[in-house]
Design a protein around this ligand. Structure first.
Ligand SMILES: [Zn+2]
Length: 431
């Protein structure tokens, strides 16, 4: 007697399961390249959960779609976990094309800032915008991310920079999660930048954050992590430590924007605090790499940002993987330095700019990205017990992802066991 399930996916040329490593936790070193590929593979899904993964003939022998169930034929396709995008600023109000254009015309960042540009212009627009318009444009961005294969998206606050506005941002992020099938993971980033009102007294803003803003944010019960921009001219290592400790006292896990432009020691701080991730790391030091490896802090690399800023030096992904640092990839989707919603493009940059293998880059965009949100026991893998978030791409091999640069071969997308995108192949334009 076959067991009835709500969804069967059968006949995949490659079923890419991205299995957790023995003992769980993030995948490090050679484990990053182990994708657990099953040729002619199939999945059985009941409700929102994967119940079995294996060769098609075994799965077909044991399972059948129930009366309301569905079978999707994945022949000539690759089935892999939906992407987890573990670092984004998707909740923003208005874009900054004018500033992008000035930058390409050779106007310096300082001059653009003096003309009212930079992150502070996003803060101004966010403070002035209505909830409904912020939600509408952010939902549209999530639609695009999902069309490129995302199933889980982390979203940070950080464009209000005042107590009430940052709580409003958390409520809006929670509302995005309610309104969109993608899983949204909220992060509190009241320490994204120094607000204009505190330019002359950064310490006063750090006190406001640690004594009031962070405890209030944690009490709202929406955010899972507390993040800080630890960089020259923003928050120092010492200030970042106090901010993240205030978050940890309130029950929020620590994350950092670290060592992006200067090797300040953000990676070492992440290791010291047992942070779940340190992100950016364009200029991480060898000492920082060793500290992160020892503490198993996930490195979230954001090559789209360095590319969009016109820089030629990327984070040392190979050195990190060799040292045993678990590496993840993210879009850093934001209106200033990385206006992209496409994880496949980030995977291509991981391979072509940072010399990751396609297998490592896929682990970095799925299982290890989930680990950067402490969700690696729940999503980012096609293993029984995991959430059924998966994508079906029309390609003979998973290497298509970085090979087909900046494009998408997504055919179907399933989130929580529900097919949200069906048969999205090109062809509709032909007569
Ligand atoms: Zn960021």
């Amino acid at each position: 007697m076959k067991r009835q399930v709500s969804l069967l996916i059968t006949g995949a040329r490659q079923l890419v399961t991205v299995p957790p490593p023995p003992g769980g936790g993030p995948k490090c070193g050679e484990e990053m390249g182990r994708l657990g590929v099953i040729e002619e593979g199939a999945l059985a899904i009941e409700g929102a959960e994967i119940v079995a993964a294996g060769p098609s003939r075994e799965i077909r022998a044991a399972f059948a779609p129930g009366p309301e169930g569905l079978e999707i034929d994945a022949r000539d396709c690759v089935v892999l976990p939906a992407f987890v995008d573990p670092h984004t600023h998707v909740l923003f109000a208005g874009t900054r094309e004018w500033e992008f254009q000035l930058r390409l015309e050779g106007i310096s960042y300082m001059e653009i800032a003096a003309r009212g540009g930079g992150i502070r212009s996003s803060v101004r627009m966010f403070r002035e915008a209505e909830d409904a318009s912020i939600l509408a444009e952010s939902l549209e961005r999530l639609d695009r991310m999902v069309a490129y294969g995302a199933g889980t998206v982390e979203i940070k606050t950080g464009y209000a920079l005042d107590p009430e506005g940052e709580l409003r941002a958390l409520r809006l992020i929670a509302e995005l999660d309610r309104r969109h099938p993608v899983t949204v993971v909220p992060t509190y980033l009241g320490a994204h930048e120094i607000p204009d009102e505190y330019r002359g007294d950064v310490e006063a803003y750090v006190r406001l954050l640690t004594e009031r803003m962070i405890p209030e944010a944690a009490a709202l019960g929406v955010a899972r992590c507390c993040d800080v921009f630890c960089e020259q001219g923003v928050f120092s290592v010492e200030q970042s430590r106090r901010i993240l400790k205030a978050g940890q006292r309130a029950g929020l896990a620590a994350k950092l924007h670290a060592d992006e432009i200067e090797p300040l020691g953000g990676a070492e701080l992440a290791a010291e605090l047992g942070a779940v991730s340190a992100d950016h790391l364009g200029r991480v030091s060898p000492k920082g790499i060793a500290a992160m490896a020892a503490a198993r802090v996930v490195a979230v690399l954001l090559p789209g940002t360095l590319f969009s800023l016109g820089r030629r030096e990327y984070a040392p992904a190979r050195a990190m993987i060799a040292a045993g640092v678990p590496v993840a990839l993210a879009t850093d989707c934001n209106p200033g330095s990385s206006m992209t919603d496409a994880m496949p493009w980030i995977i291509a940059l991981g391979c072509l700019a940072m010399q990751m293998t396609p297998g490592e880059a896929i682990t970095a965009a799925t299982y290890n990205a989930a680990a950067a949100l402490a969700l690696e026991a729940r999503c980012g893998s096609l293993t029984p017990g995991y959430r059924a978030d998966l994508q079906i791409i029309a390609a003979p091999s998973y290497a298509r992802l970085p090979y087909h640069v900046g494009s998408s071969d997504l055919r179907d997308l399933v989130l929580g066991g529900v097919p949200w995108i069906r048969d999205a192949r090109p062809g509709a334009l032909r007569l």
